[in-house]
Design a protein around this ligand. Structure first.
Ligand SMILES: Cc1ncc(COP(=O)(O)O)c(C=O)c1O
Length: 455
C-alpha cells in the first residue's frame, strides 16, 4: 500500500508468543539476590509474592513463551494496535524524517499496561489467588490491573502515589468502576506508609514507597499476591507483543526504523517495543539505534549508578542490579508520574551497560511543548510519560532537517492523556516548573544503598 497513514493488522496476526531476549544476549544478566544473605534468590523466596508461572517466566531461558488462549481472547479486545505515520507532525516540523508511532492508548485502560496486567491476573487466578495488590504512579498501571482483575474475578487493592492521587482523581474513580480499592500512598493503612508519614506528613509519595505498601499487604496474606507493572523480566516479556506487531507492520509497508525512541520509567513499554527489533539487530538483519528517554528530574540511566539496590523504598524486595538513584530517593513531583521511579529494569540496565541501547534525559517543559505540537497535528493527546519519547523524536527530526537525512523514526505512544489534562492546564498557563537533577538528594539516597561484596 502506498503511503499509508496507519498500518493495521488482522486479529489473526496478533503474536501468539512473547519474546524473551535473555538467551540472545552476549552475556546473561546478573542474578537477583536475597537481601539478607546476598545469595541468588530461588523460586521459594519469591513464592509469597508471585504465582509460580510468573516466577518461571522471570527466570526463563526459553526464547519464546506461548501466550495462553484466555489471555489472547482478552488481547483481542484492542490488539493488534495501530502503527501510525505522523505525516501531519512531519509537515509541521518540515523534516525529511519519517516518524511512526505505535499507539497503545487503544486499550481499555488507555495504555500499554494491560498487555501485562491481563496475563498477571490470569496466572494468579489459575493458581487460586483471591486478591492482587499493587502500586500505581500515573494511575495507568492501577487502572490496567483493576480492569484485568475484573476480567478474572479477583479483588484488587491499589496504592496510588500521593502526587498522582491528587493530580488525577478520575483515575481513582476509573479503578473503582472496575471494582478496585484505592489508597493514596503513603497511607496510614500500612506500617511502611505510617513510617514515611511520620518522617514527612506532606510526602508526595513515590513508586518505591507505594511498592513497599503493596508488598507489605501481600506478604501478610496467603490468598493475596503482589503485582508489579514494570521493571521485572516477566513484565518486559509480556510487553513484547508491541514490538512483534510493529515489526510485522513495518515489513508490510517495506520500511524499517533507523531509530527507536521510548520513554523509560521502569522500562516496560520501551522494552516491549524495542526487544523484538534488538533481536533482529543482534542477528545482523537490521541496525537501528535504540534510545531510552527519561525525565531530567529522575534520570536513573544517565545519572544513576549501576549496582545492587532494593526495588522499593523500605527495603522489603530482593536486591536487583540496576541503574539506581537510591531506593529512598523521592523524585520531584513531575507530571509524568509513571517515570518517577528510582531505578531502571535490571534487563534494560544490563543491555545499556552492554552498549546495545543509549539514553538521554529531557526536562518536562520541552516534553509538554512536543506533546502540544503532536496533539495539534496528530490529534491524540499523549500521556505525560510518552511526551518524553515524542520530544526525543522531534529533536531527531529537527536534526534531520539540518542534515537532510530521511531517517525513519519509531516511537511508542504508550498511552493517552485524557486523565492528565490538569498537567496540560498547568503547562498552557505557563506555570510548569522544570526540576534540575537533584544532585544532593541523590547523593544522600545513594549512601543508604547496600554494599554487596564483589558486585
Ligand atoms: C502511559 C505510561 N507510559 C510509561 C510508563 C512508564 O513505565 P514503563 O517504563 O514501564 O513503560 C507508565 C507508568 O506508569 C505509564 O503509565
Amino acid at each position: 500500500m502506498a503511503d499509508p497513514t496507519k498500518v493495521m493488522l488482522d486479529e489473526a496476526e496478533i503474536p501468539t508468543q512473547w519474546y524473551n531476549i535473555i538467551p540472545d544476549l552476549p552475556e546473561p544478566p546478573p542474578p537477583v539476590l536475597h537481601p539478607g544473605t546476598h545469595q541468588p534468590v530461588g523460586p521459594d523466596d519469591l513464592a509469597p509474592l508471585f504465582p509460580m508461572q510468573l516466577i518461571g517466566q522471570e527466570v526463563s531461558q526459553d526464547s519464546y513463551v506461548d501466550i495462553p488462549g484466555e489471555v489472547l481472547d482478552i488481547y483481542r479486545m484492542w490488539r493488534p494496535s495501530p502503527l501510525y505515520r505522523a505525516r501531519r507532525l512531519e509537515r509541521l516540523l518540515d523534516t525529511p524524517a519519517r516518524i511512526y508511532y505505535k499507539y497503545e492508548g487503544v486499550s481499555p485502560a488507555g495504555s500499554h499496561k494491560p498487555n501485562t496486567s491481563v496475563p498477571q491476573a490470569f496466572y494468579n487466578a489459575q493458581e487460586g489467588v483471591k486478591k492482587l495488590t499493587t502500586e500505581t504512579g500515573a494511575g495507568q498501571w492501577g487502572s490496567a490491573l483493576a480492569f484485568a482483575c475484573a476480567q478474572f474475578g479477583l479483588e484488587c487493592e491499589v496504592w496510588q502515589v500521593r502526587a498522582s492521587y491528587d493530580q488525577k482523581p478520575d483515575r481513582k474513580t476509573m479503578m473503582a468502576v472496575w471494582g478496585a480499592t484505592v489508597h493514596p500512598s503513603p497511607s496510614d493503612v500500612t506500617e511502611a506508609g505510617r513510617k514515611i508519614l511520620a518522617e514527612d506528613p506532606d510526602s508526595p509519595g513515590s513508586l518505591g514507597i507505594a511498592i513497599s505498601e503493596a508488598v507489605e499487604v501481600a506478604a501478610q496474606d496467603p490468598d493475596t499476591k503482589y503485582s508489579l507493572g514494570s521493571v521485572l523480566n516477566h513484565v518486559l516479556l509480556h510487553q513484547t507483543v508491541i514490538g512483534e506487531e510493529a515489526l510485522l507492520q513495518f515489513r508490510k509497508i517495506g520500511e524499517m526504523p533507523d531509530l527507536l525512541v521510548g520513554c523509560t520509567g521502569g522500562g516496560s513499554n520501551f522494552s516491549g517495543l524495542s526487544f523484538p527489533f534488538l533481536r533482529e539487530k543482534l542477528a545482523g538483519k537490521i541496525d537501528p539505534t535504540i534510545r531510552c528517554v527519561e525525565p531530567a528530574a529522575c534520570p536513573s540511566l544517565t545519572k544513576g549508578e549501576y549496582r545492587y539496590d532494593f526495588g522499593d523504598t523500605i527495603g522489603m524486595t530482593p536486591l536487583v542490579k540496576m541503574h539506581t538513584l537510591g531506593h529512598d530517593f523521592v523524585p520531584d513531583p513531575i507530571h509524568a508520574g509513571g517515570l518517577r521511579y528510582h531505578g531502571m529494569a535490571p534487563l534494560v540496565s544490563h543491555i545499556y551497560e552492554l552498549g546495545l541501547v543509549e539514553a538521554e534525559a529531557i526536562h518536562q517543559n520541552e516534553c509538554f511543548d512536543a506533546a502540544v505540537k503532536f496533539a495539534r497535528t496528530e490529534g491524540i493527546v499523549p500521556a505525560p510519560e510518552p511526551t518524553h519519547a515524542i520530544a526525543a523524536a522531534i529533536r531527531e527530526a529537527n536534526r534531520c532537517k539540518e542534515s537532510g537525512e530521511e531517517k525513519v523514526i519509531l516511537t511508542a505512544l504508550c498511552g493517552h492523556g485524557h486523565f492528565d489534562l490538569k498537567s496540560y492546564e498547568i503547562y498552557l498557563a505557563g506555570e510548569l516548573v522544570d526540576y534540575d537533577y537533584p544532585e544532593d538528594k541523590v547523593a544522600a539516597a545513594m549512601e543508604q544503598v547496600p554494599v554487596v561484596a564483589g558486585a
